[in-house]
Design a protein. Structure first.
Ligand code: GUN
Length: 285
């Protein structure tokens, strides 16, 4: 059996078309959605992600502002910029690309972003709201995964879901969203004793570990949906996920590729959150 490929580019194109229409409507009414992106330091992967986010905005008719700071930037300067953007009514979303240099207090920076403009969904208040099932900005990568599961009509109620990875950006919010949707969720991590025992039980297996080709076909339950959140660069420059696609695709029922899977969906959900924030602002105006 060869798995169905869940095409993140195709799903993104459809959703971004709908978002562009909404952005155009808001713009015609006098509120052009606007995302401000802050990049600190010269991490090459972060620079690529930010470039893709800005390009995604432009194509959808969302205004973007980019602020770049050197690796040795003073945290006070970045916090000052965030305060300025919080106070600017023409800005609807603020995103600080992570990771930040070591001398930054990442938590303090994320908490400085206004909850109403936290389109990454990383502010503690948004995380708390999400955990309680209240309206909140949902972190983009796990939200994109939920859209992918919806696109294949995956029944979630009662499904066994296993998430490998417990980061604030992916693993934890992923577990919250799957739980809210009625799945039975297990979160595995580096301390998990018998990882294969868990992964082989999973109807939905989400890999967010950060290790190239870590999940192999023998770890997958036949027919399972395998979602690969990893983006790793191999020594030859090629991108690969946390899943060994070649062996997993012969066992899984459906699988996301890398590139062209979860990656584009993350940006799509960022655009969706920005348009949503602009919609709320326009309603208040
Ligand atoms: N670094 C890796 N993923 C993300 C993300 O979704 N948002 C931000 N701000 N930084 C990241």
């Amino acid at each position: 059996m060869t798995a169905r490929i869940i095409d993140g580019n195709a799903l993104s194109a459809k959703l971004r078309g709908e978002l562009a229409a909404k952005a155009a409507e808001l713009t015609a009414q006098g509120t052009q959605p606007c995302l401000a992106v802050i990049l600190v330091g010269g991490d090459p992967a972060s620079a690529v992600y930010v470039r893709n986010k800005v390009a995604g905005c432009e194509k959808a008719g969302i205004k973007s502002l980019k602020f770049e700071y050197p690796q040795d930037a003073a945290p006070a300067d970045v916090l000052g910029k965030i305060a300025e953007l919080n106070a600017d009514p023409s800005v609807h979303g603020i995103l600080v690309q992570l990771p930040l240099p070591k001398h930054f207090d990442e938590k303090a920076v994320l908490e400085a972003i206004s909850v109403e403009k936290d389109v990454d969904g990383f502010h503690a208040e948004n995380v708390g709201r999400l955990s309680q099932g209240q309206e909140a900005f949902v972190p983009c990568t796990p939200n994109g995964v939920m859209e992918m599961l919806k696109s294949i009509d995956m029944p979630l109620r009662g499904a066994e879901a296993v998430v490998i990875g417990r980061s604030n950006i992916v693993g934890k919010p992923m577990a919250m969203l799957l739980t809210a949707a009625g799945a039975t969720v297990t979160v595995c991590h580096s301390g998990t004793r018998d990882l294969n025992f868990h992964t082989r039980r999973a109807d939905i297996l989400v890999a967010a570990i950060g290790k190239p080709k870590f999940v192999t076909g023998d770890m997958v339950k036949p027919g399972a949906v395998v979602i690969d959140v990893g983006i790793n660069r191999l020594p030859d420059g090629k991108l690969c996920g946390d899943v060994d696609f070649e062996s997993a695709k012969d066992v899984a029922g459906a699988i996301t590729p890398v590139p062209g899977g979860v990656g584009p969906m993350t940006i799509t959900m960022l655009l969706a959150n920005t348009v949503e924030s602009a919609t709320r602002a326009a309603r208040k105006a």
